[in-house]
Design a protein around this ligand. Structure first.
Ligand code: 5GP
Ligand code: MN
Length: 328
């Protein structure tokens, strides 16, 4: 796939009078922060700009939402000069808003997933970027657009969340330099930390206690997987987003190299998330099941229940560890 230059992307955005930003399903800090930042910058230039997530934002990033986030499809314009998808590796990531994507006369795809094949009229994909927010920052700098404190806050949230608080190997010195420049725009780091990380609902830990009882260890404790079915969410009165963090919790176990968490997001639909510590590529693993993502963080969907997930995943996991033999 050939990238357009950030300069080209900036020019096309500058020429548009109306822009619609689309984020991926099960929206996260990177998608919301990147879209919010670009939307603000465009509005600052006198354009009409909207973000349409098609779902409610999780509580910990709800503060990124502002009046240009449209909640009802009916409130969108008939047509936009441009639609811009951010942090979306393929069109399946906004399949539920495909008609909205088509509202744009021209489309742009800004992303950092290596599996992104470039589905828009203009594409900028950098699989090495730690977050889509990092690319958005570079785009804004290339274009010479202004970054106010609110825009900086949105970009900082995008980067801090997608780098696992600057822990993941995608984090570079440039990531830190970008973060430093954003901090210098006058953002309040403590408020961001309290909102994003220190506002956990009690219920979340009650649910997570239940989920942790389902953990299975395989491959000499190098692989760990946990499960949550719809009944578990119902019984505890929790929501699906309350299970966020489980896959990282399992990854953090000393012996574990690959972790997985499978949650039933709709009856008979299991959404899987994978994390890898070292060289096992969970992006490739997920792609085998129609999903995708990064080498160390990826996901896919399996139809069926918990037993179907085990049947599908376990042989592939065994193959991965078998082929690799031992880590050098
Ligand atoms: P998470 O486990 O946090 O939901 O996702 C981890 C990473 O995998 C994210 O970068 C996300 O974009 C990607 N990912 C998760 N689920 C899917 C999926 O079903 N399809 C694709 N293409 N990527 C996914
Ligand atoms: Mn991202």
């Amino acid at each position: 796939m050939k990238n357009n230059s950030l300069c080209e992307i900036a020019k096309i955005m500058e020429r548009a009078d109306s822009l619609l930003f689309l984020t991926h399903v099960i929206i996260d800090g990177d998608a919301a922060g990147s879209a919010a930042a670009l939307c603000r910058v465009m509005e600052g230039m006198g354009k009409t700009a909207h973000v349409y997530a098609g779902e409610e934002l999780p509580n910990n990033i709800k503060f990124l939402e502002y009046e240009s986030f449209i909640n009802n499809e009916e409130d969108l314009l008939e047509e936009y000069d441009l639609t811009v998808a951010v942090d979306c590796s393929d069109t399946g990531r906004f399949e539920n808003r495909a008609a909205c994507y088509d509202k744009g006369k021209v489309s742009i795809n800004i992303d950092h997933h290596m599996t992104n094949a470039g589905y828009a009229d203009y594409n900028y994909v950098d699989g090495d970027a730690a977050a889509a927010g990092e690319i958005v920052f570079r785009l804004i700098k290339t274009a010479g657009w202004d970054i106010d404190a609110k825009t900086a806050e949105a970009l900082y949230v995008a980067i801090v969340t997608d780098t696992g608080q600057f822990q993941y190997s995608s984090t570079t010195s440039e990531t830190h330099r970008i973060a430093a420049e954003l901090i210098d725009k006058g953002i309040d780091l403590n408020t961001i930390s309290v909102n994003v990380y220190q506002s956990v609902r009690k219920l979340k830990y009650i649910l997570q206690g239940e989920i942790l009882r389902t953990v299975e260890f395989r491959e000499n404790d190098r692989f760990a997987i946990a499960f949550a079915d719809q009944d578990m969410f119902k019984r505890t009165g929790s929501e699906i987003q309350d299970s966020d963090g489980i896959v990282e919790l399992l990854r953090d176990i000393d012996t574990v190299e690959v972790s997985a968490f499978a949650k039933e997001t709709a009856p008979g639909v299991m959404k899987l998330g994978f994390r890898s510590k070292y060289d096992i590529n969970v992006g490739e693993l997920s792609a085998k099941f129609g999903g995708g993502g990064h080498a160390k963080a990826a996901g896919c969907t399996v139809n069926g229940g918990i037993e179907d997930v085990k049947k599908a995943i376990y042989p592939e996991i065994s193959k991965l560890f078998e082929n690799r033999k031992s880590r050098s």
